[in-house]
Ligand binder design. Structure first.
Ligand SMILES: [Zn+2]
Length: 356
């Protein structure tokens, strides 16, 4: 169901409806869940409900038309504070939380939140990309979390609770957002107009793990043709890692100058490989292979020639997840991709020579 444009998060909506009706809203929340499932949208709609001047917050139904609602929608409400990680930074700058050196504790989110609400209601702060809170920044937030200013609500948004420092995690109420159903993802991306072909929308949704953001990244025809090449290479008895790595690095570089675009491509390709090994693992266990035709063909092809057992497939999955985690940590990408493919090839080849 949809609430204020937020799709498929009924449990979260109900939870907030209940605590608001009981007048027991906590002051600090940690929203966690995959990217692109509606966490930020929900946070903004919750802020709108809390600041709406027409409908009492307890009803969790912002009118959408009063001056407060309009200002929240435009992100210009004086009692709404939003902090995000700048695109060119790897973490949230300390100055955004506590002011720069010249204005320490006299500016920034912690200072603003401690002021009385302009409109007399509440103050709401949203920290997006809480995964990118460094230790120093997290420590600066502790006082605010420990002694929340009256009538303030602080919402941190991250991808998982594990990525937050324990000091933050223990002081916030965690709210989990699940992935969206594949059908909802397909409908939403079709409605967005970014993928107009229903079949393409469905394919992207199937691989998106319930995330709109991921599905939109998958709206890239070149990515799907590279996937065919990757599946052919992984489905061969032995991986030609040097030439595959060369093509992969060229493919990733072709995404453009922006590091995020290149990282996305690298992440997607590794994701495709993980899916391949997962399905191979299923096939080795005698289970039916799920997925589209190219994937099934590749798994069938390698199946009878696979030199190891399920353990070997599991090792390939593990090595791929390891590569994936390093992509997010901004490591040198081409080296990382080369090492990943080289390790896969060597792992499989060594099983082959043991078996021979
Ligand atoms: Zn309103």
């Amino acid at each position: 169901m949809s609430w204020q444009g937020v799709e498929g998060q009924d449990d979260v909506v109900e939870r907030f409806r209940r605590v608001l009706a009981a007048n027991r809203l906590a002051s600090s929340f940690l929203f966690v869940g995959p990217a692109g499932v509606g966490k930020r949208l929900f946070a903004e709609k919750l802020a709108q409900a809390l600041l709406c001047s027409q409908v009492p917050a307890e009803r969790l139904e912002p009118c959408g038309t009063c001056p407060s609602c309009v200002q929240v929608a435009a992100l210009t409400h004086p009692d709404l504070f939003i902090i995000e990680k700048p695109a060119d930074r790897s973490s949230i700058p300390l100055a955004l939380l506590v002011g720069d050196d010249a204005h320490r504790m006299r500016e920034g989110l912690c200072h603003d939140l401690a002021m009385k609400p302009f409109m007399g209601g509440r103050k709401v702060a949203i920290i997006d990309d809480a995964d990118a809170l460094g230790e120093e920044s997290a420590n600066c937030l502790l006082k605010t979390l420990e002694e929340p200013p009256a009538r303030s609500v602080l919402i941190l948004i991250g991808t998982s609770a594990d990525k937050q420092l324990p000091t933050i995690r223990s002081r916030c109420q965690t709210v989990r957002f699940g992935g969206l159903p594949t059908k909802t993802v397909a409908q939403l991306i079709e409605a967005s107009g970014l993928i107009t072909d229903p079949q393409q929308a469905e394919r992207a949704a199937e691989f998106a793990g319930g995330s709109i953001e991921r599905a939109l990244e998958l709206a890239d025809e070149e990515l799907w043709s590279f996937r065919l090449q990757l599946l052919r290479a992984l489905g061969a008895p032995s991986i030609e890692s040097v030439s595959l790595a060369r093509d992969l690095v060229a493919f990733v570089d072709a995404a453009g100058k922006e590091a995020t675009l290149r990282r996305n491509r690298a992440r997607q390709v590794i994701g495709f490989a993980i899916e391949f090994y997962r399905q191979l693992l299923r096939s080795l266990c005698g289970l039916e292979v799920a997925g589209d035709e190219p994937l099934r063909v590749a798994v069938d092809r390698v199946g009878s020639l696979w030199p190891g057992d399920t353990e070997l497939a599991a090792r390939c999955i593990e090595r791929s997840f390891d590569a994936l985690s390093h992509i997010d940590r901004n490591a040198h990408q081409s080296t990382l991709l080369e090492c990943w493919l080289d390790d896969l090839a060597r792992t499989i080849d060594s099983a082959q020579s043991v078996g021979a």
